[in-house]
Design a protein around this ligand. Sequence first.
Ligand SMILES: NC(=O)c1ccc[n+]([C@@H]2O[C@H](COP(=O)([O-])OP(=O)(O)OC[C@H]3O[C@@H](n4cnc5c(N)ncnc54)[C@H](O)[C@@H]3O)[C@@H](O)[C@H]2O)c1
Length: 326
Amino acid sequence: MKYTLNLSKQLKTVIHINEDIILNDNHYIYITDQNLYGLYKDSFLQDKEVICLPPGEESKSFDSYLTIVSYLIEHHVSKDCCLVGFGGGVILDLVSFVASTYKRGIGLILIPTSSLAMVDASIGGKNGLNYNNLKNVIGSIYLPKDIYINLDFLKTLPNDEFISGLGEILKIGLLFDEEIFSLFYQNKYLENLDKIIIKAIKYKIDVVKKDPFETGYRRCLNFGHTFGHAFERLYGLKHGYSVMIGMLIISKNKPYYQSLKKIVNSFDVSFNQSIDIDQVLNLIENDKKFTKEGLIIVDVESVGHFSFKTITKQDIKQYLEDFINE
Ligand SMILES: NC(=O)c1ccc[n+]([C@@H]2O[C@H](COP(=O)([O-])OP(=O)(O)OC[C@H]3O[C@@H](n4cnc5c(N)ncnc54)[C@H](O)[C@@H]3O)[C@@H](O)[C@H]2O)c1
């Protein structure tokens, strides 16, 4: 099964789903994290040239960037080499940024291994490093030549990471696809995992094609993310869990609210810390989507139908109070 993400004649990615990974005519350097190296060194990574970094968000740093670039320089790696990012979103964002800048751009292949990376981080060409406590503040848009998505890698993914990725698939369902939403609602998402992952990838490809450089429409993918990011930063929740909470907060009066709540509760997104409204407001006010007029959010009126809307600081406060007092 193949899809093409084609942004222009020059910018094209072939996405291979559950296909064998065939790399044969180049110098490939694999970059991964220690968790994946431990799991796959005797199988998938055997006999490969591998650079291994510590797992976790801290690796999306200049230090890791320089570790990889120094290796490439020391080993006289030429421009026809291809970097292969094998891992979750952290590794893919880091490796993609290295590939986009080393010798002004070298070959890149992505092999996402987490549910979040399969449906989201690997698709669309965005990459990023964190700096000075700012997430993704340095980055570029650079498409890989190929993306290989193989659902077998999910068998070793820890359950909380797996559920975090489901948060992004649920978001895609709310934005575009009643069937995805109803498979979650009926608790049939596991037996339909291939289907919902493939659908989520196709929707993301469509969005990226419509707005490759994120000038407007692509921001629909931020549904639930403004509140979500604040919760992620303040309360240390995983990204997809925070997005689920963010979507709940802004869907309070929508017809699908009770169904969404049932789905989110089934994932045990346990959240028992007391919410400090002022702290959340403060973070949201510093969000780049907050303008003089207020905050631009994605409003899903009913499943599969959304629009953009601007809300005021008072509205944000109200959303939070409603959420806390329920
Ligand atoms: N570029 C984009 O468009 C985009 C989109 C969404 C998210 N992101 C970025 O993605 C990152 C989050 O990605 P993530 O959720 O994949 O986190 P992650 O890369 O930190 O991976 C989560 C954990 O799961 C482990 N892991 C991954 N795959 C595994 C597997 N198959 N088996 C066992 N363990 C495995 C990793 O070692 C890590 O400990 C964030 O930095 C976020 O900014 C980027």
